[in-house]
Design a protein around this ligand. Sequence first.
Ligand code: CAA
Length: 259
Amino acid sequence: MAGFGMIKVETRGKVGLVTLDRPAALNALCDQLMTELGQALRDFDADAAVGAIVLTGSEKAFAAGADIKEMKDRTYPAVHFEDFIGNKWETVLSIKKPVIAAVAGFALGGGCELAMMCDIIIAAGNAKFGQPEIRLGIIPGAGGSQRLIRAVGKSKAMDMILTGRMMDADEAERSNLVTRVVPVESLLDEAVKMGEQIAAFSQPSVAMAKEAVNAAHELSLREGVRLERRLFHSLFATEDQKEGMSAFAEKRRPAFRNA
Ligand code: CAA
């Protein structure tokens, strides 16, 4: 895999691990970092040996937001015509394999938005989430106003976005922003363990489960159920469906071949 300057990539078993590594700026998401992240995610998505991806930062910061110093002098026409925070930031949404955000420390602004673009968020006890853009004279620009409300509801999303306050890990768990909170020392192990568990299943079913759940954010209930049914039916064309159900009937562990 290509060498990167602001992220680290490695595999742990069948899990691809991307670590944001720009400590001097608390992993502020500058253009170079987002370019590298997009490349790493696409590389893992194309790697048949990888079944799930974990995205993490440091103990101090998952990411403290878009790079304020990089964007502070940009003009309206520049950000408009460049579609700033456009496709490059949304690469994570195009990844077929599950992406687990393992969040310790600050996940603010674009950092919180990046975590919310992932499929699952696991938080360390010291995690702090927030959309503080209002304090900079702007608003969230990478989906925060749309995804936060879907996770935590209108009142809390308004509270976070209009006051810019931070939410600690316990509040994030209570509010359904994260699936679970773990001690900071075991964050990565827990995330990788979850990734391994997912990667052991039949990858076509994993990809379709991800697609079906994510579609619930975009579609009406009727359309979403219809899509789910179609995806469900299509899995009966896989060898792994035969293997999974035969293994159950024969009281043995299935040997999925991702076929
Ligand atoms: N952009 C650029 N640099 C950043 C940064 C950011 N988002 N966040 C932190 N840094 C830099 C700081 O400037 C500082 O650099 P120097 O040492 O060169 O001065 C370094 O990281 C360490 O930061 P602090 O000294 O501020 O560390 P702290 O522990 O005192 O505070 C913090 C931590 C509360 C996270 C504070 O850094 C902070 O408030 N950061 C900005 C958070 C923010 O506003 N994020 C939203 C950005 S806008 C956005 O994301 C738009 C969008 O929707 C996409």
